[in-house]
Design a protein around this ligand. Structure first.
Ligand code: PRP
Ligand code: URA
Length: 235
C-alpha cells in the first residue's frame, strides 16, 4: 500500500514520477483508503520498545498486506465454479505466482509474510551488506530461481539510499524477468527517486515513506537497524 502516502509525498515534494510508477494500484485519482491496521503495524515496528519477536511478526503481517496489494496488479485468469447449489460463480484469480526475491537479512520477515499469500512461489535470496562509509551494498550471495518471463517481487524491509535495490535489479534483469515490482516496509523518498532514476516506471510499494536519509544512511524517522531489530546485533 504505497500508495496514497507515496503519491502525496511525491506531490508534496514537487516530484513527478511516471504514472506507471504509482499506478494502477494507487494514484491521486484512485487513492486507497488509509488502513489503520497497516498504520498500527508500522507504528509497532517504529517503536523502540518493540522486541525482536513482535518486530518480526509485525513485519510478516506487513509483508502479507503488501503482497495482497501487489496481487491486484499482477493479472488474473477467470475461474468458474459450480457451487453446491448447482449455480455458477466466476472469479478472477491470480494468473500466475510471482517469484519472490528478498535481500538478506532484514528482508526475511517480509518474505515470510508474502509466502503466506504465495505459498507456492519460487524464492530467491540476495546477500547484501552496506559499507558503513560508502553506503554501497556489497552483494556476496546470489541464489535465484529461473526468472525468464516471470513477474518478480523484490523486497527489502528498508529502502534507504535505494542502492541495494538498484544493484539487485541490475542482477535480476540479466535473467530476463517480465516485470520487477519493488516492495519495502519503509522507503525513503530519495530511495524511491534513485530507483526511478535507474529504472523509470518501476512500481514501488511501501507501507510507509519517510523524508530523510541521514549521513549514516539511516532512514528518518525510520526504525533504526532493521536487521538488528529483527535478529539482534552483529559482532
Ligand atoms: C540494510 C537494509 C537494506 C539496506 C538498505 O541492510 O536491510 O538491505 O540496508 O539500504 P540502501 O537502500 O541504502 O541500500 P544492512 O546492510 O544493514 O544489512 P542487514 O539487513 O543484514 O542488517
Ligand atoms: N537499513 C536499516 O536497517 N535501517 C535504515 O534506516 C536504513 C538502512
Amino acid at each position: 500500500m504505497l500508495t496514497t502516502t507515496l503519491a502525496n509525498t511525491l506531490a508534496t515534494a514537487g516530484q513527478r514520477t511516471k504514472d506507471e510508477a504509482i499506478m494502477p494500484l494507487s494514484s491521486p485519482s484512485h487513492p486507497r483508503p488509509p488502513s489503520p491496521i497497516l498504520e498500527y503495524l508500522v507504528a509497532t515496528i517504529r517503536n523502540p520498545a518493540t522486541g525482536t519477536k513482535d518486530f518480526r511478526e509485525s513485519l510478516e503481517k506487513i509483508g502479507e498486506y503488501l503482497a495482497l496489494d501487489i496481487a491486484s496488479g499482477l493479472g488474473t485468469k477467470e475461474e468458474t465454479i459450480t457451487t453446491c447449489l448447482g449455480a455458477i460463480a466466476t472469479h478472477g484469480i491470480p494468473a500466475e505466482d510471482p517469484v519472490l526475491v528478498t535481500i538478506l537479512r532484514a528482508g526475511i520477515p517480509l518474505l515470510s509474510g508474502m509466502q503466506r499469500i504465495y505459498p507456492q512461489a519460487a524464492v530467491g535470496f540476495i546477500g547484501a551488506m552496506r559499507d558503513e562509509t560508502t553506503l554501497k551494498a556489497d552483494i556476496s550471495y546470489i541464489a535465484l530461481p529461473p526468472l525468464e518471463g516471470k513477474q518478480v517481487i523484490l523486497m527489502d524491509t528498508m529502502i534507504a539510499t535505494g542502492g541495494s535495490i538498484v544493484d539487485t535489479i541490475a542482477l535480476l534483469e540479466k535473467k530476463h524477468p517480465k516485470k520487477i515490482i519493488v516492495a519495502g516496509a519503509i522507503a525513503s523518498t530519495a530511495g524511491i527517486e534513485h530507483i526511478q532514476k535507474h529504472y523509470p516506471g518501476t512500481q514501488v510499494y511501501a507501507a510507509a515513506t519517510d523524508p530523510i536519509v541521514n549521513e549514516k544512511g539511516y532512514i528518518v524517522p525510520g526504525l533504526g537497524d532493521a536487521g538488528d531489530r529483527a535478529y539482534g546485533t552483529k559482532d
